[in-house]
Design a protein around this ligand. Structure first.
Ligand code: OGA
Ligand code: NI
Length: 349
């Protein structure tokens, strides 16, 4: 199979090429020419305790109403404490990610993404000649169900990467199920309504991202504004380096750094299933001159054959149905993404 013909950002840097035009946002592009590295205020998002969310005590009910207010306001919840995944295990994930990206280029290229596919190691997907490129390299792998794994793209070095990713995946499945249940309860719906709509064969994908230091943080973006096509995304942002920002009412806000907390953001599928009560937030990643930033994002998405629509019980006279029934979202997601458009627009009624 053909391998992509373009360099990763790490290879561009190693070749001493500097920042080519392909990465520069021009005046009529992102944010109408405003520098990308302007200071922005921090989001005020509250901590939610995942364990408590599912308890039927008064504290549990209070936690659910916190979840409702933070998700309906931001579409993001951070500090999902008590998620059941130990801190030293999360350190190991970051360490292995760092070690992978520090390997020589030839070694990483063994796992390179093939043209027109998503899985594997590589840079931003290039869909057109005039697309502005993101300052990011990544390793993108389907992790669940297990028979969907393309193991030849799972790194054999650093040692332990495969085993740790498998373990991480299994631990995350529980967090995912619990979070779906908590969201259903927060909307006074049947516990399993979202899980059932997504189906038993729902897909989990993990993306290891590195944003190398960038000489032009004013003009180059790490990840263009987008909302995720998943049902929701479990993100482990870098513990030391900022960069992730969310858009609210036309303004950017930065996500606070909270070591060892997951940040969970709603994706387009959940926006549809919740009939727009929980909106899939637009977010981006900005670059900086000094430090590489690492993040690990896990996307949970319905099986492509499942039909996704607002769930029973959420549509009412006062809140009429706002989204069409959709299927195979991924087929048009990336076209929209690279045009800077929101794919969810295709689902509006
Ligand atoms: C993503 C994403 C944010 C980050 O991978 O979809 O938005 O902090 N990542 O890397
Ligand atoms: Ni995202």
């Amino acid at each position: 199979m053909e391998k992509p013909m373009f360099k990763t950002v790490q290879e561009v840097i190693a070749a001493g090429e500097g920042v080519s035009e392909r990465y520069l946002h021009t005046t009529n592009g992102n944010d109408k020419g405003q520098p990308l590295d302007i200071l922005v205020p921090e989001m005020d998002i509250t901590a939610v305790d995942l364990n408590l969310l599912l308890s039927s005590s008064d504290d549990g009910r209070e936690e659910l109403s916190k979840l409702y207010s933070v998700l309906s306001k931001w579409g993001v919840v951070q500090q999902v404490i008590n998620h059941g995944i130990a801190e030293d295990f999360l350190d190991e994930i970051f360490e292995l990610t760092k070690q992978f990206f520090a390997l020589p280029a030839e070694e990483k290229q063994k796992y390179a993404r093939e043209i027109n596919t998503l899985q594997g190691y590589g840079s931003d997907m290039i869909l057109s000649d005039n697309q502005v490129l993101d300052w990011i390299d990544r390793l993108y792998l389907t992790t669940y169900p297990e028979d969907q794994r393309k193991l030849k793209l799972w790194p054999e070095t650093p040692l332990g990467f495969r085993e740790t990713l498998h373990e991480f995946t299994m631990k995350q499945q529980l967090v995912i199920k619990n979070f779906f249940k908590a969201m259903a309860r927060s909307l006074e719906l049947e516990d399993n309504c979202f899980i059932e709509m997504c189906g038993e064969k729902s897909v989990t994908e993990t993306r290891f991202n590195v944003y190398p230091p960038c000489p032009r943080p004013d003009k180059v973006i790490g990840s263009k504004p987008h909302s995720d096509g998943s049902a929701f995304t479990l993100l482990l942002p870098d513990k030391n380096v900022e960069g992730l920002q969310f858009l609210k009412d036309g303004k950017w806000y930065k996500a606070p750094i909270v070591p060892y907390a997951f940040l969970i953001n709603i994706g387009d599928m959940m926006e549809i299933m919740s009939n727009g009560i929980y909106k899939s937030p637009v977010h981006r990643v900005v670059t900086n001159r000094e430090k590489a930033r690492i993040s690990v994002a896990t996307f949970y998405a319905p099986h492509e054959d499942k039909e996704i629509q607002p769930v029973d019980g959420i549509v009412s006279e006062t809140r009429p149905r706002m989204y069409k029934t959709i299927k195979k979202y991924v087929d048009f997601y990336f076209d929209y993404y690279h045009q800077g458009r929101r794919p969810i627009e295709a689902a509006y009624i």
